[in-house]
Structure formats: structure tokens, C-alpha cells
Write a protein that binds this ligand. Structure first.
Ligand code: F0G
Length: 347
């Protein structure tokens, strides 16, 4: 069985006592956007993290965080989440036989993610407050009750997430010239940057990408340089006003010569429709912020011809059926006879 701990064990802090936990996460497809890429005049690929076992990139870091929690003798894990972290935590905890507590912002978690946390058997606590408050409470639970916290304040999460950058380099034969990625709590962009730098140090790559971090305009603390006390966006996964990894992410973007930018909910949903209808790829709204950001750069200043770009699609579109249904054309219902069908098909 091959997962992150097996394939990249040499680059991760494993000991003999670390259980080799796996749901065969990672090795997600790097899909060329043949239609949109040629229109934009660039070599554009998407890292489709929705193909991970729980449908998001969170599996990469969670497998290591839970394995390390077991190694250290933890009796249970806890996290706050906008949905994907909780799905991954619940799945890996179930696999490892550990109880899992998840704190979710009430009413703001996509249905698929909630269904996952419940069916994997986590204790789900709905907090009347936003993600940032839920995370404060999860930290407190960790301190007061000795539960292992598996949010990205846990260093093993970000170490495991570096594997996505390594996979991209392994497949391209070098780092991309530009990486575009959605940003919420700012852990993933920091992990990618650390991963690219690590591969550079190991002589596996010759260049580092320019890092472009994309936030939703209603939850854009890194773009505007101030906390958002009441973050709001259709991309609930990145509805975060006080990113815990803000400093690391600023460092990554600054060192790489990149930038943060924000996109509106309309731009996010337009990018989601475009990706699905032109390329056959269904990603959740937060993921599509990356493509929306790239389109914005294209409109504003253009893209260098032929540039090698990777956009990260962090989560599967099936996670949030309501976001898709809300903007798709309605279906047609007919009587069960050929005449009715013929009428519809010839319209
Ligand atoms: N995309 C998706 C689909 C996410 O679920 C998240 C974060 C991000 C992007 C942003 O990544 O936080 O590392 O900057 N989701 C977290 C969660 C907050 O609880 O599932 P980040």
C-alpha cells in the first residue's frame, strides 16, 4: 500500500515507532487544461487534489499528523475546520482507531464535508461563531484536555502537505514557473513553498516558482493587511479572517517575488463553471479561486507566453453540491414517452 509516508518517508520525520498509516493519499493527477491553457497562451496544469481519498489536499498532512499523534500516545485528536480538515481528521482517526472531535462554524460548512465527518464517526460540534473562534476553542481543548490538535498549527500537517509540491516537480521534471493557490488559514501556500525550496536544496529542481496566493474578497486579510472579523464568501473553505500561518505565507510570497490577490464570489463561481464546462473538471468554490486569480492577472497585465503554470485545485466539487446546483441551468422533466423526449431533444 502506497501513501505519502511510504513514498516520501525519506523526506519526512518518521521514526521506527511512527505507524505507517495510509489511505493511499497523494499521487493526484496534474491535468493539463488543454482548452483554457491554449486560449491563454500558457502551459497551464491543475493539481487536482479532489482525487485524494477524502476529496481534498488535507489528507497529505493529516496522515502524518495522526500517525505522529499515535506515536506520541495521544488518546484523541481535535480540530476546528471549515470542513475539509474535519473530513480528513475524522477519516484518518477512524482508520487509526482514535476518537476525533471536530469543531465547525455553525451553518457554514458544505454538506458533503459535514456528511463525511459524521459517517467517519467523529464527534461533531457546531460552534455558533466563525472558524477563527472555533480554532481558539480547539486550541483550548488541546491544552486543557491534552488532545492532539491536528489543525495546521501542528507542524506535521505542513510537512506532509509539502508532498504535493514534490509530486508536481517529479512530474514536470522541474518546478513550475508560477504557482497559483487559494489561501485561507495560509498553511498550504507555506507548505508548497517549503516543499519547492527543499527540492531545490536537494538538487531536484533548477528554479523556484513565483507564488500567487488568492483569497476571496470578503475574507482577504493577507491582501488587505488587516484581520477580517466577519469574513464572508461563497467559498466557505477559505472563509477565514485571521490566518494562523499568515507570517509564513507572507514570507513565501515575498521570497518568491509573488503576491496575494483577491477575487469576488462572482469571479470564483464563474471560474468554477468555466472549469467544469470547458475542461470537465469539478472543483469546489475555494479551489476555483486559483483559476479566478489567474484569469484576473491575464485580464489585468497578461501572462508571459508559454509560461509553465500550475494552479492548485484543493478540493473536489462534490463536497459542495449546493454551490453547484445554485448556479446551474435547471433540468427538464418529461412524461415517460418518446414524443415528450423528441420534443425536448429537437428544441
Ligand atoms: N481550499 C480548500 C478546499 C480548503 O479546504 C482550504 C482550507 C483551503 C483551500 C485553504 O488552505 O487554509 O492552508 O490556506 N481549509 C481548512 C479546513 C481551513 O478547515 O478545511 P489553507
Amino acid at each position: 500500500m502506497r501513501g505519502i509516508l511510504h513514498r516520501y518517508g525519506d523526506l519526512l520525520p518518521l521514526t521506527e515507532a511512527t505507524p505507517r498509516l495510509s489511505l493511499c493519499e497523494g499521487q493526484t493527477p496534474l491535468i493539463p487544461l488543454t482548452n483554457l491553457g491554449s486560449e491563454l497562451g500558457v502551459d497551464l496544469r491543475v493539481k487536482f487534489e479532489g482525487a485524494n481519498p477524502t476529496g481534498s489536499f488535507k489528507d497529505r498532512g493529516m496522515v502524518l499528523a495522526v500517525a505522529k499523534a499515535i506515536e506520541s500516545g495521544a488518546k484523541a485528536v481535535v480540530c476546528a475546520s471549515t470542513g475539509n480538515t474535519s473530513a480528513a481528521a475524522a477519516a484518518y482517526a477512524a482508520r487509526a482507531g482514535l476518537p476525533c472531535f471536530v469543531l465547525l462554524p455553525a451553518g457554514k460548512v458544505a454538506r458533503g464535508k459535514l456528511a463525511q465527518a459524521l459517517i467517519y464517526g467523529a464527534r461533531v460540534v457546531s460552534v455558533r461563531g466563525n472558524f477563527d473562534r472555533a480554532l481558539d476553542l480547539a486550541k483550548q481543548a488541546s491544552e486543557e484536555l491534552g488532545l492532539a490538535i491536528v489543525n495546521s498549527v501542528n507542524p506535521y500537517r505542513l510537512l506532509g502537505q509539502q508532498s504535493a509540491a514534490w509530486e508536481i516537480c517529479d512530474e514536470l521534471g522541474d518546478a513550475p514557473e508560477r504557482l497559483v493557490i487559494p489561501v485561507g488559514n495560509a498553511g498550504n501556500i507555506s507548505a508548497y513553498w517549503a516543499g519547492f525550496k527543499k527540492y531545490g536544496e536537494l538538487g531536484q529542481t533548477t528554479r523556484l516558482p513565483e507564488m500567487i496566493g488568492v483569497q476571496a474578497s470578503g475574507a482577504a486579510p493577507l491582501v488587505e493587511g488587516r484581520p477580517f472579523d466577519e469574513p464572508e464568501t461563497v467559498a466557505t473553505a477559505i472563509r477565514i479572517g485571521r490566518p494562523v500561518n499568515a507570517e509564513k505565507a507572507r514570507g513565501a510570497v515575498g521570497e518568491s517575488g509573488g503576491r496575494f490577490l483577491s477575487v469576488t464570489d462572482e469571479e470564483i463561481l464563474a471560474a468554477q463553471r468555466l472549469l467544469a464546462s470547458r475542461e470537465g473538471i469539478f472543483a469546489e468554490p475555494a479551489s476555483c479561486a486559483s483559476l479566478a486569480g489567474l484569469l484576473k492577472i491575464h485580464e489585468g497585465e497578461g501572462l508571459p507566453q508559454g509560461q509553465i503554470i500550475t494552479a492548485v485545485l484543493t478540493g473536489n466539487g462534490l463536497k459542495d453540491p449546493d454551490a453547484a446546483m445554485g448556479q446551474s441551468s435547471t433540468m427538464v422533466e418529461i412524461d415517460d414517452c418518446w414524443q415528450s423526449l423528441r420534443e425536448v431533444l429537437s428544441r
